[in-house]
Write a protein of this length. Structure first.
Length: 304
């Protein structure tokens, strides 16, 4: 028995024994139910709030489209777009959508339109002109596919490194990040003129919180993290790096060091946070391949 079937059966079992649930505010989590079920004779119901749309209503068509698209598409699949028409003003365009099955394109524009709340008009359907999308200045094909991904796969399990997960988390992740420098905690409060001013800077947050607690409450003290920035020095050089190779030792010049400047106008010194390298390990840790993504990139997009 599949997870979807189990969830559907569980939904049927508990309905009627619970108090009426508040209707979902933003979107429903649709499931298909057996024919003839008294609460949803037309076959669709929200598993969260028990709402059943009426046949021929727009919500009914939306539920039907979402469940159909979940059947034919999987996270990681590519949705292809075809530009059919651009308005004279350039402010709208008509786009068709397809997916590939057994090497043949399958038209899904009508389903996608209902799923994302922008159904295809009868005029466009008769002319085979796809969905009408307003706006310009961006990739409108990607916009449609991204909107569709959010609707049918609001969350999806990471496909893993071998599965070439499409999540932008893997594109943007870096093992190291730029060093911000040495953190200081500053207390901001209203001065006599009623202007927010930095009162003092402390080396630990505990000291800053203590100072804020001693500030009169009518001055509304706040604590913010302030950094003595890590920048590239003009005076301190990193030692040359020697690497062993087949041809012997190779020397790589590392150039200027990243340093901080003391607040008392003293000499420059190597940044104690990054030891002069300018980068530190990513605080989020190494790249993860077993997480659940919620970024709208479950589906890939490609123009035809």
């Amino acid at each position: 028995m599949s997870d979807a079937t189990s969830a559907t059966n569980a939904t049927i079992a508990v309905r009627g024994k619970q108090a009426k649930t508040k209707r979902c505010e933003y979107s429903h989590d649709w499931v298909a139910l057996p024919d003839g079920y008294r609460r949803a004779p037309d076959g669709y119901i929200c598993r969260v709030c028990d709402y059943a749309p009426k046949r021929d209503s727009e919500e009914y068509r939306k539920a039907e489209a979402i469940l159909h698209l979940r059947d034919v598409l999987r996270p990681g699949d590519t949705v292809y777009t075809v530009l059919r028409h651009v308005s004279r003003s350039g402010m709208s365009r008509n786009i068709d959508l397809y997916y590939m099955a057994d090497g043949h394109p399958q038209w899904i524009s009508a389903y996608v339109g209902h799923a994302i709340g922008s159904p295809q008009s009868m005029k466009n359907w008769q002319r085979s002109q796809g969905l009408t999308v307003g706006g310009c200045g961006m990739d409108m094909g990607f916009h449609i596919v991204n909107s569709l991904s959010y609707v049918i796969f609001p969350t999806y399990k990471c496909l893993g490194k071998d599965g070439h997960c499409p999540s932008n988390y893997h594109v943007n992740h870096r093992d190291s990040v730029r060093c911000d420098g040495v953190p200081r905690w500053a207390v901001y409060a209203l001065d006599d003129a009623g202007t927010v001013q930095k009162q003092a800077r402390y080396s630990t947050r505990v000291e800053a919180e203590l100072a804020a607690s001693l500030t009169p409450s009518d001055r509304r003290p706040e604590i913010e993290t302030d950094y003595i920035s890590c920048f590239r020095s003009e005076t301190v050089r990193m030692p040359d790096l020697e690497i062993e190779s087949d041809g012997g030792k190779v020397t790589i010049p590392q150039g200027k060091a990243n340093t901080i400047q003391r607040m008392d106008d003293g000499p420059e010194e190597v940044c104690p946070v990054c030891n002069g390298h300018g980068r530190v390990p990513n605080p989020d840790g190494p790249e993860r391949w077993n997480s659940v993504h919620m970024d709208g990139y479950a589906l890939r997009h490609k123009w035809l």
